[in-house]
Design a protein around this ligand. Structure first.
Ligand SMILES: Nc1ncnc2c1ncn2[C@@H]1O[C@H](COP(=O)(O)OP(=O)(O)O)[C@@H](O)[C@H]1O
Ligand SMILES: [Mg+2]
Length: 226
């Protein structure tokens, strides 16, 4: 079967004036459909860089990347963003909710971009809010939510486009342990429904909830089990 993510010998250089910094130094990663994977490593090891490449927010300097079997390094900017909207959902540590919009409107944002009509937007967004246990908060502004609730809104928003791949960059980093566990429960439930999940984390407790840990250090994959 085709892997969701098939990355081979990916390098990423950042130009800093005269200097180039090699954030990824020849990374190989394969993630199969239906997996739930933790990506772990010290600060500055390249986790976010790799997630941004996996999520088509950035492109490798060199190397190969097949996403759902398609060579995405060849796509134009527009094709990449279309591919991203179609296949990928993102969750970030800082939530990135729009402060002047209520919960429902925040969840609707990707659907608005996708040109979905008002009524369908409402329906999809409300059903996702039910799924993350926040239907009763739909009118609240983000400032009227706890951290865990904000992250659940962000997860609902990430699910609107029915992504096959959910990428979360330190999603529990701003949450206390118990709230972080609730967020991981939600990822686990989504994974059981067939969504492939990649979670970046520092925390061993979070990583322990996944079946596989990929470790990165200084831009190299250290160890990948199995
Ligand atoms: N846009 C950038 N320009 C220059 N250097 C960067 C840029 N983004 C990241 N880096 C560097 O690349 C390395 C890896 O960063 P990052 O992927 O954010 O690490 P992590 O998420 O594991 O903490 C760090 O040394 C960081 O300073
Ligand atoms: Mg990071």
């Amino acid at each position: 079967m085709t892997a969701v993510v098939d990355i081979q010998q990916v390098k990423k250089h950042y130009k800093m004036g005269e200097e180039t910094f090699e954030a990824l130094r020849g990374v190989d990663v394969t993630i199969e459909r239906g997996e739930m994977v933790a990506l772990m490593g010290p600060s500055g090891s390249g986790k976010t860089t790799l997630m941004q490449i996996i999520g088509l927010l950035d492109r490798p300097s060199t190397g190969r990347y097949l996403l759902n079997g398609e060579d995405v390094t060849r796509l134009t900017e527009n094709q990449r963003s279309a591919f991203r909207n179609q296949h990928i959902g993102f969750v970030f540590q800082a939530f990135y909710l729009l402060s002047r919009m209520n919960v429902l409107e925040n969840v609707e944002v990707p659907l608005t971009y996708a040109g979905v009509g008002t009524r369908e937007r409402r329906e999809v967004a409300m059903s996702l809010l039910e799924k993350v246990g926040l239907a009763d908060k739909w009118r609240n502004l983000p400032s009227q939510l706890s951290g865990g609730q904000k992250q659940r809104v962000a997860i609902a928003r990430a699910l609107t486009t029915r992504p096959s791949l959910l990428l979360a960059d330190e999603p529990t980093g701003a949450l206390d342990t118990r709230t972080g566990e609730e967020v991981m429960n939600l990822f686990e439930a989504l994974n059981q429904e067939g969504v492939t999940v990649v979670v970046v984390t520092h925390e061993a407790e979070v990583a322990a909830r996944t079946r596989r840990i990929i470790r990165i250090r200084d831009g190299n994959i250290e160890r990948s089990n199995p």
